[in-house]
Design a protein around this ligand. Structure first.
Ligand code: GDP
Length: 197
C-alpha cells in the first residue's frame, strides 16, 4: 500500500456536522495548539508541500479540514487551540463543533495530539486531553520540533509526557517524538498510522 507516496486531495473545510464527508473509510485527526507544527507535520508525513496551509495567525482557522489519501484514509486537520492564562476558557472555546465531531465520528481511529517539545505538556494541553478522555477518543501524544532540543532536554520532555498521560485513560501509552524539519520519528509515526487502517 502506497499510502505515503500517493496523491493527497483536499476534500473540504467543514464547520458543522451536516458538512462532514461520509464516514466510509478510516480517519485520523491531528490536534494541537496553534503554532505547534501541525501543518508542517501533516505535510512532512504525506510528502506534500502545501497540503495543510501553515497558519501564521493563532486561532484563525476554526474549520475542520479533510484530506483524502486515495480511497483509503481521511486525514483531518483540527482547529489549533490557543494559549490563554485560563486554560479552561481555551478548552471550552475549542469549538463545540470539534467536540461534537470527536464524540460522534464512528470512523475516527485516533487523534494525534501534538505537543511542542520546547514547551512540554501545558495546562491547556491537559484540558484538551480531558476533553478527549470524555469523548472516549483514543489519542496519542506526538512531540514536535524535537530538533530544537538537546538529548538531555528531550529526555526530560519525554518523562514529563509519560507522567502526564498516566492521569488520562484514553491516552495511548506510546509517545512519539518527531521533527518535521529533520524527518526524525516520521517512519515510526507512519507505522502507527498504517497499523490503524
Ligand atoms: P501549526 O500552526 O501548528 O500548523 O504550525 P506550523 O506547521 O505552521 O509551524 C509553526 C512554526 O514552527 C513554523 O515557523 C515552522 O517552520 C516551525 N516548525 C514546524 N515544525 C518544525 C520542526 O520540526 N522543527 C523546527 N525547528 N521548526 C518547526
Amino acid at each position: 500500500r502506497k499510502l505515503f507516496a500517493s496523491e493527497v486531495n483536499f476534500v473540504k473545510g467543514v464547520v458543522n456536522m451536516k458538512g462532514l464527508p461520509p464516514a466510509d473509510r478510516p480517519e485520523i485527526a491531528f490536534a494541537g495548539r496553534s503554532n505547534v507544527g501541525k501543518s508542517s507535520l501533516i505535510n512532512a508525513l504525506f510528502n506534500r508541500k502545501q497540503l495543510a496551509r501553515a497558519s501564521g495567525q493563532p486561532g484563525r482557522t476554526q474549520e475542520i479540514n479533510f484530506f483524502s489519501i486515495l480511497e483509503d484514509l481521511f486525514v483531518v486537520d483540527l482547529p489549533g487551540y490557543g494559549y490563554a492564562v485560563a486554560p479552561k476558557a481555551v478548552v471550552d472555546k475549542w469549538t463545540a463543533f470539534t467536540q461534537t465531531y470527536l464524540r460522534g465520528r464512528t470512523n475516527l481511529q485516533r487523534v494525534f495530539l501534538l505537543i511542542d517539545s520546547r514547551r512540554g505538556v501545558t495546562d491547556v494541553d491537559k484540558g484538551i486531553m480531558k476533553t478527549l478522555d470524555r469523548a472516549a477518543m483514543n489519542y496519542q501524544i506526538v512531540l514536535t520540533k524535537a530538533d530544537k532540543l538537546k538529548k538531555s532536554e528531550l529526555d526530560d520532555v519525554m518523562e514529563g509526557a509519560v507522567q502526564a498521560i498516566k492521569k488520562h485513560p484514553a491516552a495511548h501509552p506510546r509517545i512519539m517524538m518527531t521533527s518535521s524539519e529533520k524527518g526524525m520519528g516520521l517512519p515510526e509515526l507512519k507505522a502507527e498510522i498504517v497499523a490503524l487502517i
